[in-house]
Design a binder for this molecule. Structure first.
Ligand code: HMG
Ligand code: MG
Length: 299
């Protein structure tokens, strides 16, 4: 595995903070993003241009994007649900966006107030505008291994939505285990099928860790050939519209795993652990990264 290039997409500033009861100031969000970049993360999902009525925690997305002193060659992406959100993102110079749909109707409806087909329809105009403005688009498929409302989700539904987003022009499809219920065997079966519609190097995994399976599932995905991993510093994360969605897999834990496999991620683990403790302190919550906890005890 050592010769591989693995891309980590740090989603802490977006997925991590969107579900926090404590409102975090714009200044701290900006500091978090800049510190993550300084620690070596090259892809940071930094904000979300969703409706502030739906997710008030992300209501300062424009101010956050404006506040960042952007470094060259770093991707500061943002989540966008519709044209209104995309227009706001464009206004502050966002160069990469992520659109999101789901493999389960029930979740799509709760999360975005529309059906899967409607959500894909909505994205048509976003894709056109993205092309015209030279903006890259990443696509999320949520609830790929289970849904908080409908339970089991058919692999074929995941394949259909993934294929649609890819054919529409999303350069990467991130498979979201939104409520962290998946296990390694199911992950392998899922990727085997999705790969028939989306090339392996365009597939990413986005695993929440509710059942402590995320790292094992990532290893299974790596074995399958996946090279894109979403994670969140200190294991922050959760979706306000997915009951039972706890944090994402911690970036510290992913970096530790990659280091052990001899895969160079370019991330300074010590630095990252410090950031994890700092942001947890600001949020008044326990750090969910086991590596973060272990390294703190050692120091
Ligand atoms: P809606 O209420 O159906 O929207 O929400 P609407 O089009 O009917 O508009 C209603 C009002 O909202 C209007 O304002 C719009 O202007 C405004 P009014 O005329 O009443 O004053 N509005 C907006 N304002 C600001 N920014 C916007 C925007 N859009 C409309 N972009 C909508 C539909 C999609 C907007 C809403 O459902 C929404 O924002 N949902 C997002 C929910 C969310 O953020 N969930 C978490 C992110 S997804 C996730 O975490 C999963 C992921 O991590 C992967 C995984 O783990 O699986 C990605
Ligand atoms: Mg998520």
């Amino acid at each position: 595995m050592a010769t591989r290039n693995v891309k980590i997409v740090e989603v802490g500033p977006r997925d991590g903070l969107q579900n926090e009861a404590t409102m975090i100031s714009t200044e701290i969000k900006v500091e978090l993003i800049e510190r993550l970049v300084n620690a070596g993360l090259r892809n940071v999902e930094s904000a979300s241009f969703v409706s502030p009525r739906w997710v008030p925690q992300m209501g300062d997305a424009s101010a956050v994007m404006r506040g960042i002193t952007q470094q060259p060659d770093i991707v500061y992406s943002a989540l966008v649900p519709n044209l209104k959100g995309f227009e706001a993102a464009l206004e502050v110079g966002v160069k990469e966006i992520a659109i999101f749909s789901a493999a389960s109707e029930a979740f799509c409806q709760k999360n975005t107030n529309c059906s899967i087909a409607e959500s894909l329809n909505r994205f048509e105009s976003i894709m056109q505008m993205a092309q015209a403005n030279d903006v890259k688009v990443r696509g999320y498929v949520s609830t790929v291994l289970g849904c908080p409302y409908q339970g089991d989700v058919d692999v074929s539904a995941v394949v259909d939505v993934s294929k649609h987003l890819y054919q529409m022009g999303c350069y990467e499809i991130s498979l979201g285990d939104t409520i962290g219920v998946g296990t390694a065997y199911k992950v392998k079966q899922l990727i085997e099928q999705v790969e028939k519609a989306v090339p392996m190097h365009n597939i990413g995994v986005h695993f929440h860790d509710s059942y402590a399976q995320a790292l094992t599932n990532i290893y299974a995905a790596l074995e399958m050939g996946v090279n894109v991993i979403d994670s969140s510093v200190a294991g922050l994360g959760g979706c306000p519209y997915a009951k039972g969605a706890s944090g994402n897999v911690a970036t510290e834990d992913v970096v530790y795993l990659l280091n052990g496999l001899g895969i160079e991620s370019g991330v300074d683990l010590q630095e990252l652990v410090g950031i994890g403790h700092w942001i947890c302190d600001k949020l008044g919550k326990t750090n969910q990264s086991r590596v973060g906890q272990a390294m703190l005890q050692k120091s």
